[in-house]
Design a protein around this ligand. Structure first.
Ligand SMILES: [Fe+2]
Ligand SMILES: [Fe+2]
Length: 313
């Protein structure tokens, strides 16, 4: 199968979308453009209110067009439409893994922004859950998929972006712990995405200059119980600040008393905080070094070893 290449675009203004992702019987809520070239700007292809159904997709594909462009300002509306085809897009081998990773990351961010926008509801969490499952599927596909997805980690310390980054790294690390069941792997990802849910609505909810807020762990676990999330996910919200040497909170649990999913989320959470804080200035291995010095003995040794393997060490 030939792999598609992306059209050349001004990345600031445009969002390339595989045409398969837009197929739906509902009307478009945003305009769709055909890629231009270095001399020609993108051309309007379909107006809002128009259709983008299977027939249109086939006609574009028969002309060799596999990507269209959507304006960045229409990102949210476009992602809502793409979400319906996410499982299919995630598994489409003709779409480069970088493109799939980027789209899944965008979809995860969009879902996370809704989850953390206010008191989360079951629907917002279910959207997040779907994206996590798709990314888990991609991580299980092969190791290079994780490397591609890892590249999309952002430097933002906002709660939604932090949670998506933790989710992605949890999936990568859980994959290295020989967890090969898609269902269980997705729970590690979901635990990463929702570990800080208790911070929603709390003062200083971003992670920048935050005050320590020990109460977020029990608030988060209670919220997740109300939403009917699985035990592993609730436990990770409650235990992700517990430490292997017993120095954490809220219970001062140590070693094997901390659940396996929580051990993973705990390490990734701290690492991600260090990575985001120093992003662009120091490499990943320096982040590990800082982690090793500032959190000696805080994490399960097997998890630390697997995490190093995640980054090819
Ligand atoms: Fe936390
Ligand atoms: Fe966190």
């Amino acid at each position: 199968m030939t792999t598609l290449s992306l059209p050349e675009t001004d990345n600031q203004a445009w969002f390339p979308v595989p045409i398969l992702g837009l197929v739906d019987d509902g009307d478009l809520e945003f305009p769709v453009y055909l890629p231009g070239s270095s001399k020609r700007p993108p051309v309007l292809y379909a107006k809002p209110g128009g259709a983008f159904d299977r027939e249109r997709e086939e006609s574009l594909a028969s002309g060799g067009i596999r990507f269209v462009l959507v304006r960045k300002v229409d990102r949210r509306a476009c992602l809502r439409r793409l979400e319906k085809n996410l499982e299919f897009l995630a598994r489409d081998p003709s779409c480069p893994v970088e493109v799939r990773g980027k789209l899944l990351h965008e979809a995860a961010l969009s879902a996370a922004e809704d989850v953390f926008a206010g008191r989360p509801d079951r629907e917002a969490v279910a959207r997040g859950e779907r994206v996590v499952r798709c990314i888990a599927g991609l991580v299980l596909e092969d190791r290079s998929s994780f490397l591609a997805i890892r590249r999309v980690l952002t430097a933002s310390t906002r709660l939604a972006a932090h949670s998506v980054n933790v989710m992605i790294l949890c999936l990568g690390l859980a994959g290295r712990l020989s967890i090969s069941s898609a269902e269980l792997l997705a729970r590690y990802g979901l635990a990463g995405l929702l570990h800080d849910l208790g911070r929603v609505g709390a003062p200083g909810e971003g992670l920048d200059g935050r005050k320590e807020d020990p109460g977020h762990v029990t608030r988060g676990a209670a919220l997740l119980a109300e939403l009917g999330l699985p035990e592993e996910v609730r436990e990770a919200a409650r235990q992700h600040h517990e430490r292997h040497d017993g120095s954490g909170y809220p219970g001062g649990l140590a070693g094997e008393e901390i659940s396996p999913v929580s051990r993973v989320v705990a390490l990734v959470d701290v690492f991600e905080g260090i990575r985001a804080e120093h992003s662009g200035r120091i490499g990943l291995f320096d982040c590990f070094r800082i982690l090793g010095t500032s959190h000696k003995g805080c994490f399960h040794p097997e998890v630390v070893k697997a995490f190093l393997r995640t980054f090819g060490a």
